[in-house]
Design a protein around this ligand. Structure first.
Ligand code: SF4
Ligand code: SF4
Length: 146
């Protein structure tokens, strides 16, 4: 008796579900659909690959390759949200069902090594080592004692 009003209400109202695929819901803002990349803006930092919970992204900085297994993607959007250059995006539709397994592979221009890093290496070699400096100090002290 206690549930009678709820039962009557549920019998009279429309179902909350849709008869998919005959009725498809319209996309809404921030919908997380198919992932795609603007490869020209990618700096191959690898953040997306490290943060992806299903480990379906691979980044090869040397070759300038970015790849993703779309069948393993769970559409969480973490890669998109953590990308420092905001070059990952999600469409407002999902990938259509397919009979063959595919990989998303994009080739871009890998970042050139910074000049500073190359210049710093010979400098570091030219600078005296801490041990050498210590030896020099102790020699001076010995000379003073004599
Ligand atoms: S897509 Fe974004 S996070 Fe992933 S490697 Fe490129 S710049 Fe880094
Ligand atoms: S949306 Fe989520 S699961 Fe899919 S590639 Fe990005 S981080 Fe990985």
């Amino acid at each position: 008796m206690l549930f009678t009003p709820t039962v009557i209400k549920n019998l009279l109202k429309k179902p909350a579900t849709r008869l998919y695929p005959f009725t498809v819901r319209e996309p809404f803002p921030n919908y997380r659909g198919e992932l795609y990349i603007d490869i020209d803006a990618c700096i191959f930092c690898g953040t997306c690959a490290r943060k992806c919970p299903s480990q379906c992204i691979e980044v090869d900085k040397e070759q300038g390759l970015w790849s993703c297994d779309p069948h393993a993607c769970v559409y969480c959007g973490i890669c998109r949200d953590t990308c420092p250059t905001k070059c990952l995006h999600m469409k407002d539709v999902h990938r259509k069902p397919m009979t063959e397994r595919i990989m998303m592979v994009e080739k871009g221009e890998p970042p050139k090594p910074k000049k500073k890093a190359a210049e710093a290496a010979p400098k570091a070699e030219a600078e005296p080592k801490a041990d050498d400096a210590d030896k020099g100090e102790s020699k001076k002290a010995d000379a003073k004692k004599k």
